[in-house]
Design a protein around this ligand. Sequence first.
Ligand SMILES: [Zn+2]
Length: 257
Amino acid sequence: MANRIILILAVLALGNAPRAQAAAFYDLPGAAELSAPPPPPAQEERARTRICVDPGHPNTFNSATNMVNGTNENRINWQVGQRLERVLKEAGYDVVMTRNAELHSVENKDRARICNAAGAALVVHLHCESTPGTGFALYYPDRQGTFDYKNDPENGFRGPSAQVREDSRAFSAVMFNAMRGGLAGTLAAQGVYGDSRTAVGSNQGALTFSIFSEIPTLTIEMVVLTNRKDAEFIKAAAGQEKMAAAIAAGIRLYRAP
Ligand SMILES: [Zn+2]
């Protein structure tokens, strides 16, 4: 009788055991199950559009870590870059960053190469201006340039291609409209310019990361950091979010996730 009660209790206990435990007792997988192929990927796992985000700066020529209005350009580029990465991922994009820390130093030609190699659809280079004035401005490669660093083995490298220049110009127009709308009443829209008119571009014909780019490339001078009002806007979390959202909107209008 005692044995029978124990048996009944054991059966009841097993009946109430969590399914995983019961499976461990009775449903050990056979060899066929162990070697079964993995299930096919779900529909949502199709290739997403990949965007390259380049928070500009630490490199051999400029760390951009000097303090301006209580912050520095490198820090702002990095902080907005991280927010943009998050916003783009939430919108369904794949995102490649050109650096992985605020003080991570990467040469400008390597920033372009990282984006090319990643198979990104386009790249945005995030910077802040430090000239008189206020507001945001966009620069795209309007001419082919020649890389001019005598000590670099790739000195004399020419680019970008006519296709990249044309696509970059179209991308810059779409981005300008999106940013002007997204930042209206907050930040002045300066305009869209060829990057041949920047300091480096006037020497090389184009910015270094434009010369090496094989994909549409755009430099965004997000604010004039030496302008106190611009600096207060972009130092605040709300301002950075607004900037990231405006840039993401421009990307989305040009290229769907
Ligand atoms: Zn810069």
